[in-house]
Design a protein around this ligand. Structure first.
Ligand code: SF4
Length: 441
C-alpha cells in the first residue's frame, strides 16, 4: 500500500520483504496448498519451527543469556527493559543475523529514507538491529518506524524519548498519505509532516488514503499458491470486544472505496492467485458487495462475525462468487467469558453457522480463546471440546479451530481500564504490547 501510494506520487520505492527473504535463505519452505485459503493457507508447523530457529539464534547472541523456557516471553513478547533490548540489538549486529542484514543492505540502492514496518513485538529486535546497520552504512539517512506494533505502543512512544535512541521518527496507524508527505519533504528538504513524531513528542495519528491500489511488484508464490491481500474496510464495525486491539490500532470503522479491490482482483486473475481480505471484520453488506464485484473470477477469503444473516442462502451466494474460506471469531462459548469480553454469541447461532457452511461448501476457521480471567478453566475446556466435536461430526464441513491463549494487551479495552474488568496490571515492559496481570482483590 505504501509503495503504491509513493509510486502514484512519483517517488521511487524499493520494498525489501526481509521476513520472507530470511525464510527463503534459511529454510526449505514446504509446498503447501491446504483446503483453506488466505491467512490459513500457511505451513503452520514449518513456520513454528522457523520461529524456534530464529529464537535460538537470538538467544545465542542475547547479552544476559537465556534458557529455552524464556525464548517466547523475552524474544517474542519482549518482556525486557530498554537497556536489555538495546544491548541485544547492538550485539546482534555482530552475529549471523547482523551479517545477513548487512548483505541485504549492501545489495540495496542507497536510499534517502528507510521506513521499517514492525508488525508485532517479535520483530522489534530485528528492526532495531537493522536500524543500527542502516545507520552504520548510510549515517545521514533517516529511519522511520511504523506498523501495527508501533501503533500499539504509540502513547508510550509519545511520552518517552528512550524509544528514539536510534529511530528518527514514528508513524501511528494507516499512513499512506503521511508517508507520501514525508517522502515529499525528504525530497524537498522541508520539515517533516507533523504526523511523523520523534519519540517523546505529542501523539498524532497518521493520515491514510482510502483509494490506494497496492503495488505488488513481482510476487512469487512461496511454498504454495500465490495469495494477494486486499482490504475493503478499516477498523471494526462491531468494535466492542474487551480483549481486542484492532479498533484502537485501525481507528474508526470505515468502508473503503472498492476501486483498489477491483484492481487486486484483476491482478489475481492475471496471475492465477487467490485474494485474501485483510479486513478485521467484513460486514454482511460488504460481503454481498464483494460477491457481486468478484463474481467468481477468483477464489477469496475473509473474516467476519457470527450473525443470524450468515445463513445457508448467503453462504451459497458467497461460495458461488468464489468465497472459499471464512474466518469467524467465536472466542468462547462460556457465559462468564462472553460476559467478560462483551461479545455474546449463542451456541445455537454457532451451530447454525456450521450447518450453513457445510451446506454451502465454504471452509471455515473458528478462532477460540481460553485462559480468560475469572472464567473456569474446566468449563472453557468442556466448551472447546464441544466445539471440536460439533465440527468433526459434520461430514460435509471443512473447518478448523485456531486455539489461542488469552493475551492481556495494553491497547485493548481491558488493558486500558483493567479495574473495570476486575484486573490489576502487575508487569509492563517498554517494547511489549502485552501486560502481566492478576485478579483484583
Ligand atoms: S474481535 Fe473481531 S469483532 Fe471483536 S472488536 Fe476485534 S475485530 Fe472486532
Amino acid at each position: 500500500m505504501l509503495a503504491g501510494a509513493a509510486r502514484r506520487a512519483g517517488h521511487r520505492v524499493q520494498v525489501l520483504d526481509l521476513a520472507r527473504e530470511w525464510m527463503i535463505d534459511h529454510h526449505a519452505v514446504p509446498r503447501n496448498e491446504s483446503v483453506f485459503i488466505g491467512d490459513h493457507d500457511k505451513p503452520s508447523e514449518s513456520l513454528r519451527l522457523f520461529q524456534e530457529h530464529w529464537c535460538s539464534l537470538c538467544a545465542e547472541g542475547w547479552p544476559s543469556g537465556l534458557d529455552s523456557g524464556q525464548h517466547e516471553e523475552v524474544i517474542v513478547h519482549l518482556k525486557a527493559g530498554f537497556d536489555e533490548v538495546e544491548a541485544a540489538a547492538s550485539a546482534f549486529c555482530h552475529t549471523e543475523i547482523g551479517a545477513w542484514f548487512k548483505r541485504k543492505i549492501s545489495e540495496t540502492t542507497p536510499p534517502e529514507l528507510v521506513g521499517i514496518s514492525v508488525l508485532y513485538s517479535g520483530q522489534v529486535i530485528a528492526a532495531l538491529t537493522l536500524t543500527h546497520l542502516v545507520k552504520a552504512q548510510w549515517p545521514k539517512v533517516p529511519v522511520v518506524w511504523g506498523g501495527a506494533h508501533v501503533t500499539a505502543l504509540g502513547e508510550e512512544i509519545s511520552r518517552d524519548t528512550r524509544y528514539g535512541s536510534c529511530v528518527d521518527g514514528f508513524v501511528f496507524g494507516y499512513a499512506e498519505k503521511t508517508w507520501v508527505e514525508l517522502l515529499d519533504s525528504v525530497a524537498n528538504g522541508s520539515s517533516w509532516p507533523q504526523e511523523v513524531i520523534r519519540a517523546g513528542e505529542e501523539f498524532r495519528r497518521a493520515k491514510d488514503y482510502p483509494e490506494i491500489v497496492p503495488c505488488f511488484g513481482t510476487p512469487v508464490a512461496c511454498g504454495g499458491r500465490l495469495t494477494l491481500p486486499a482490504q475493503s474496510s478499516r477498523g471494526c464495525a462491531f468494535g466492542r470486544c474487551a480483549f481486542c486491539t484492532y479498533p484502537a490500532i485501525e481507528g474508526t470503522a470505515r468502508n473503503l472505496d472498492l476501486y483498489p479491490v477491483r484492481e487486486v482482483v484483476m491482478e489475481a486473475e492475471r496471475r492465477g492467485a487467490v485474494v485474501s481480505f485483510k479486513d478485521s471484520l467484513i460486514t454482511l453488506n460488504r460481503l454481498d458487495e464483494l460477491s457481486k464485484l468478484i463474481d467468481g473470477r477468483v477464489q477469496w477469503s475473509g473474516c467476519t462475525k457470527l450473525h443470524p444473516g450468515l445463513n445457508a442462502d448467503l453462504l451459497r451466494r458467497l461460495a458461488a462468487a468464489g468465497c472459499r474460506t471464512l474466518e469467524v471469531g467465536l472466542e468462547t462459548l462460556t457465559e462468564s467469558g462472553q460476559e467478560l469480553i462483551l461479545k455474546r454469541q449463542t451456541p445455537k447461532l454457532f451451530l447454525e453457522f456450521l450447518d450453513a457452511a457445510a451446506a454451502a461448501g465454504v471452509s471455515i476457521v473458528v478462532n477460540y480463546i481460553t485462559g480468560f480471567p475469572r472464567v473456569d478453566h474446566d468449563e472453557e475446556q468442556r466448551w472447546l471440546t464441544k466445539v471440536l466435536a460439533e465440527i468433526s461430526t459434520r461430514p460435509n464441513l471443512v473447518a478448523k479451530v485456531e486455539h489461542n491463549r488469552f493475551q492481556f494487551e495494553r491497547l485493548s479495552p481491558m488493558g486500558r481500564q483493567p479495574e473495570r474488568f476486575g484486573l490489576v496490571v502487575t508487569g509492563s515492559w517498554p517494547w511489549a504490547s502485552v501486560l502481566d496481570w492478576k485478579l483484583a482483590a
